[in-house]
Design a protein around this ligand. Structure first.
Ligand SMILES: NC(=O)c1ccc[n+]([C@@H]2O[C@H](COP(=O)([O-])OP(=O)(O)OC[C@H]3O[C@@H](n4cnc5c(N)ncnc54)[C@H](OP(=O)(O)O)[C@@H]3O)[C@@H](O)[C@H]2O)c1
Length: 299
């Protein structure tokens, strides 16, 4: 099969299209012929070495959708599923997956990969933040997949959304180094995706007993907060991510997330599709930050 292999860290050229043996399936896994593979921003950071990736050389990629070729349960054969792996292997024509969800009828493979992980992360974040009607939430990087779904879910809950994005895509431009000064006071919940040493400036904008959900590091650095930042306003800081604590809760709401796409509550936004051979162009597109919506690879 054709697969994209990561050779060390660096620019898009460290990703090479190669012929590789098809993966074998363990009991409980499904074997999938991929139809669409997501290229989320965090993968460009893994490729460049900004955040840790697994050992190289190895087939790269984490989020794919496709048709089941082999499974323990014969009823799964021919069904469309979407999968997320913490250990790579998704940029390939065939993928073996232990975690997968059935894609509801009427949802394309591209839409499935644009929704399955980010929409379920957004649902998990909303649950952890316990956003209530009438509250004001700050959604950082609303132009990203998770941010877009968070804004929709928060509005559906009756919350008011204040949002940031780059290049004029939202009221607050998060490429302005002083953007945190533009955030209005009285924010009840911050969905903190950007991170970095200046994240604590936001605590001055939070209402008493506000919550900060730290879940991303789009700037390349984790957010920095100290207890002294939290005490004066009685703030709660919640770390959200990884495969175990919240990761298990996120996996548990994946079917619900896909159901919200199927019933029209959430709308996946697609930017561009590239053939597997053009993986370097796909990574460059994500890093350019010129588009809005998900970049996908189509084998
Ligand atoms: N905790 C978890 O469970 C979990 C799970 C998955 C992902 N994540 C993290 O969540 C974050 C968002 O993921 P996503 O899937 O929504 O991303 P995505 O759809 O790939 O979009 C990335 C967005 O990030 C923005 N961005 C890129 N570089 C930035 C920077 N230096 N400063 C500010 N914004 C920047 C871009 O917006 P503009 O072009 O408008 O600037 C782009 O729209 C990432 O950090 C990812 O690692 C966390």
């Amino acid at each position: 099969m054709r697969a994209v292999v990561q050779h060390g860290t660096g620019g898009p050229e460290v990703l090479e299209l190669e012929d590789r043996p098809e993966p074998t399936r363990n009991s409980g896994d499904v074997l999938i012929r991929t139809e669409a593979i997501a290229v989320p921003f965090y993968e460009t950071q893994m490729r460049s070495g900004q955040i840790p990736a697994g050992p190289a050389p190895a087939v790269f990629g984490h989020e794919a959708a496709g048709i089941v070729l082999d499974a323990d349960d014969p009823a799964l054969l021919g069904k469309r599923v979407v999968t997320m792996s913490f250990t790579g292997g998704a940029y390939a024509e065939v993928v073996a997956a232990s975690q997968y969800s059935l894609v509801p009828d009427g949802i394309t493979a591209e839409q499935a990969v644009a929704a399955a992980v980010p929409a379920s992360v957004a649902l998990g974040l909303m649950d952890a933040a316990n956003v209530k009607a009438g509250e004001t939430v700050l959604v950082e990087a609303v132009s990203g997949a998770i941010g877009g779904y968070l804004a929709r879910l928060a509005e559906r809950n009756g919350a008011r959304v204040v949002a940031t994005a780059g290049q004029g895509k939202a009221d607050i431009d998060h490429d302005d180094p002083d953007w945190r000064q533009q955030v209005p006071e009285g924010i009840d919940v911050v969905f903190e995706a950007i991170g970095g040493p200046r994240a604590a400036e936001l605590t001055a904008k939070l209402a008493f007993f506000g919550r900060i959900l730290a879940f991303g590091m789009l700037s390349g650095e984790l957010p920095v907060f100290s207890v002294a930042d939290l005490i004066p306003r009685g703030l709660t800081l919640i770390g959200f991510g990884g495969p175990d604590a919240y990761g298990k809760r996120v996996a548990a709401v994946r079917a619900e997330a896909l159901g919200l796409v199927a019933d029209g509550t959430l709308t996946p936004v697609l930017d561009r599709a590239y053939p597997l051979a053009d993986v370097a162009a796909a990574h460059a597109r994500v890093e350019s930050r010129e588009g809005t919506g998900k970049v996908v690879l189509v084998p």
